[in-house]
Design a protein. Structure first.
Length: 217
């Protein structure tokens, strides 16, 4: 690169030569020449940078691979966008169907409950002027049977309790009877079911309220 010092040396050396074959230049010409030299250096630097960039550019084969990758990427993006849209539509449809299912499932249960309420009303009216308690008992027993069948149909199953070992997951202790080891009764066994519990599907809907035996020293 040209510098001020180089120009100064060039300018001074021209004065010291024995043979004045080169014309002396003025300060203005010197400054102009200096600017042109600096511009040349700058252009040369840019040219070399451009050469390096051109050398690093991919060849035709590499360009073809890049184009193929770009096409494949665009294809995957389009597919992903479509899948996202399809999933959103599926989710909305599923939510609507679930709402409909819950609505009509509840309607079915309520319809069956109304039938059992009607049976109870008929039993009450019949018992009002009739002192046949055996018939009333049988009628109520039939209503209870039908009601239990409805619960079973909907997935409500009664929990076994009496005679089982107490399980806090499905039993709730409301009474304790103290026993001795000599009574030969297992500790924590359920002696009596106070109120029945039930499952709904695979979960405990309501625990059984029970009376258990507890060994005391």
């Amino acid at each position: 690169m040209f510098s001020d010092q180089i120009f100064e040396n060039l300018f001074n050396s021209s004065k010291n030569r024995k043979h004045q074959n080169i014309k002396e230049i003025s300060k203005e010409d010197y400054e102009e020449l200096k600017k042109k030299a600096e511009a040349f250096d700058e252009l040369l630097l840019k040219y070399r940078e451009l050469e390096n960039k051109l050398e690093n550019l991919p060849n035709e084969k590499e360009l073809q691979k890049l184009k193929e990758k770009a096409t494949l990427t665009e294809k995957y993006l389009n597919t992903l966008t479509q899948l996202q849209a399809d999933f959103d539509n599926f989710r909305k449809i599923t939510e609507r169907e679930n709402q409909k299912f819950k609505k009509y499932a509840m309607e079915k249960i309520l319809f069956e409950l109304l039938r059992h309420r009607d049976d109870l009303e008929r039993a009450l009216h019949a018992s009002k002027g009739n002192k046949d308690f055996d018939s009333l008992y049988q009628g109520l027993q039939m209503i209870l049977y039908n009601f239990n069948k409805l619960l079973e149909t909907e997935g409500v199953i009664q929990i076994n309790a009496e005679g089982e070992i107490f399980d806090p997951e499905k039993h709730e202790v409301v009474e304790i009877e103290k026993i001795k080891k000599t009574d030969k009764i297992p500790d924590n066994i359920i002696l009596k079911e106070i109120e029945p519990g039930c499952y709904f599907m695979d979960r405990v809907l309501r625990p059984s309220k029970v009376k258990i035996a507890k060994i005391c020293e």
